[in-house]
Design a protein around this ligand. Structure first.
Ligand code: FES
Length: 629
């Protein structure tokens, strides 16, 4: 009868019982369902009463908490939300999509997938923006803005009511900045990357950003290809949205974030435009709800052991040297110091296993098809801390137990048959870099790893731009190019200018590599015998500031040394006469904050006041064990 609930017959009751059993099973096993798990909801509601979670979290200060909540609900109801929905656990979703950032061009699709995961797990997704940084659209350099994004991330997580957060990142600086912010904000957080772009093709050759950008540009400078062809290449390098398709900085930090445990296992490698990428996004949303109940905060995941795992990953993938600066900054937020000599010791026993450019041949889509990070972690198993937790709530050991079975492929090598016998990065020291310097040995020329040469010095970026292609520049193929003033303070923001171009007159003769030294960084997609991150930087009077054209410099990667062959007495005299370069626009705004607070690369170039003032742990521990053993 109309308006009355019809009587359910026996077959219907049986069917309904089956459905209910199934639903209970989902609640019990997966925490999934159209409605939130009952126990989670009741926890949330109780916590809400205590003012700890959900919409009641971080109430705006009006001096009357109930009024603050009343007002907040009144406004959000303007968008059509019901009380039931507003009583649910809230998962913030950071939308770092921007027209200026094609590396995050799939953010709208990712957001839809995350929302689906959150809602099916019974949570309320709330999307909010932060600033977004693209490598080629950030002046003076993206690194200058990384800490601003970290602050934005931390403060927006803290300022707005949310119980956990999924952070969409991708392009180089976004993921580290988000992890720095999440570490400091302290609520459960999952990193989700946009995924790598697809590769393109140029005249039958497979190409991808941005190792091939540099390779073709060097050919153009060397007049091996003409203006029309370089224009053609320009159309082919970036075949879709997503981050750079080689093992550059973005891919490195994505893999590192997964190794660190802050990403759903298997989440680093699926390319941006794949179904796998959307599934990872949905899973991230679902797990972000579960993490609330599990109280799985970043400090429980990003432990010393987790950082050691991430360091292993960076070395085994032949990752970007930038990853070291970023990992150091993230660790610093949690009171964990990373010992540079420990890095080097770890590098000597961690081979490069992944055959990707710039150290090897392939691209991120090849890595994904070969099994991605789960396959790599399986190969690295003997070197990992398998008891380290991931955001899935499981340890790495448990994740590898349930990972898909291995299959034959040639992108991820076994430990016994590496691409490069030792880790991708070596740490150098010497009178030119008393605080240390780095070289990406896996992407360097074997014949230049032990080299002594005459210095050809450029005082800063502008000086280099003015003279590098001068036909009268006094430079020979076995000289060493030195660039000053591109450190954290010098440029400012430690730009990726460490990949100095080969002077045109030598490029034309076919010279492809020279030893190059600076206090800056280089893109993870670059290659060459390039010494970076010289510390202390020249702009604050480090020994690099004292080098003059004609001095002799000796690089020995086997001895891990970088030496300026000038007497101590002469260096003392030069130091006394040294004039500090003038800083520009350093008296106001974010620039002032930057100049006043940025640390050197060995502290991750974070702002000093954002780091945990107490060092609770130093990693890797391996060195101490080796010494004592
Ligand atoms: Fe965004 Fe390379 S420019 S990842």
């Amino acid at each position: 009868m109309k308006g009355e609930t019809p009587e359910i017959g026996a077959p219907g009751k049986a069917r309904l019982a089956g459905v209910m059993d199934k639903a209970q099973f989902h609640y019990r096993e997966y925490g999934l369902g159209q409605r939130a798990r009952p126990e989670l909801l009741s926890t949330m509601k109780n916590d809400n009463k205590n003012g700890k979670t959900g919409l009641r979290k971080g109430l705006t200060s009006y001096g009357d908490e109930d009024f603050s909540l009343f007002l907040r609900k009144a406004f959000i109801k303007g968008a059509g939300y019901t009380d039931d929905v507003l009583s649910r656990p809230i998962v913030g979703i950071i939308n770092s999509g921007s027209d200026y950032n094609p590396c995050h061009g799939n953010a709208p699709q990712l957001i839809e997938a995350i929302k689906r995961g959150v809602m099916l797990a019974g949570g309320l997704p709330m999307v909010f923006p932060t600033i977004s940084i693209h490598e080629s659209f950030a002046y003076p350099t993206s690194m200058f803005l990384r800490n601003l994004l970290a602050i934005d991330t931390e403060e927006m997580i803290r300022a707005q009511p949310m119980d956990s957060v999924v952070m969409i990142g991708g392009c180089d600086k976004n993921v580290p900045a988000q992890l720095m912010g999440a570490a400091s904000a302290g609520i459960p957080a999952i990193s989700l990357v946009s995924g790598a772009m697809l590769t393109g093709g140029h005249r039958g050759v497979r190409v991808g950003a941005c190792t091939d950008c540099r390779r073709y540009w060097a050919m153009y400078r060397g007049e091996q290809i003409d203006a029309a062809e370089i224009e053609e290449v320009n159309n082919a390098l970036v075949a879709s949205v997503g981050f750079c398709s080689v093992m550059g900085t973005a891919s490195t930090v994505a893999c590192m974030a997964e190794g660190l445990g802050m990403m759903m296992p298997g989440g680093a490698c699926p390319p941006a435009v794949t179904a796998d990428r959307m599934r990872i996004a949905e899973e991230s949303g679902t797990q972000a709800v579960k993490m609330i109940e599990q109280k799985l905060t970043p400090d429980k995941i990003m432990t010393g052991k987790a950082f050691e795992n991430a360091m292993r990953v960076l070395l085994a993938i032949g990752g970007s040297t930038n990853g070291i600066v970023h990992l150091t900054a993230i660790a610093g937020r949690l009171g964990i110091a990373i010992d540079m000599q420990g890095w080097d010791a770890m590098s000597r026993e961690t081979p490069v296993l992944v055959d990707l450019k710039p150290s090897g041949q392939g691209y991120m889509e090849d890595f994904h098809k070969a099994g991605g990070m789960l396959a790599l972690m399986r190969e690295l198993k003997p070197l990992l801390h398998l008891d380290a937790l991931t955001v899935s709530g499981r340890t790495w050991g448990e994740e590898l137990e349930r990972a898909p079975a291995p299959f034959k492929q040639d992108v991820i090598r076994p430990l016994g048959n590496p691409i490069y016998k030792v880790g991708g990065v070596a740490v150098l020291k010497g009178n030119l870099a008393p605080g240390g310097a780095l070289i990406k040995q896996s992407a360097a020329s074997a014949n230049l790893m032990e080299h002594e040469g005459r210095a050809v010095v450029f005082e800063n970026n502008q000086d280099m731009a003015n003279r590098i292609d001068d036909p009268n520049l006094d430079v020979k193929a076995d000289d060493i190019l030195v660039l000053k003033c591109i450190g954290p303070i010098g440029a400012p923001g430690m730009p990726e200018a460490g990949y100095l171009p080969i002077p045109k007159k030598l490029a034309k003769l076919g010279v492809k590599d020279m030893v190059r030294i600076s206090d800056g960084r280089m893109s993870g997609t670059a290659f060459g015998t390039i010494v970076l991150h010289v510390m202390p930087e020249s702009a604050i009077g480090g020994p690099l500031a004292l080098v003059r054209s004609g001095d002799r410099i000796k690089l020995s990667v086997s001895a891990r040394s970088i030496s300026l062959l000038v007497s101590d007495a002469e260096l003392k005299q030069r130091a006394a006469a040294w004039v500090k370069p003038e800083l520009k626009d350093h008296l106001r705004g974010y620039r002032k904050l930057f100049f006043d607070s940025v640390t050197q690369a060995d502290q991750g170039c974070d702002f000093s006041f954002l780091r945990d003032p107490e060092v609770k742990e130093t990693v890797p521990k391996l060195r101490a064990q080796k010494v004592s053993g």
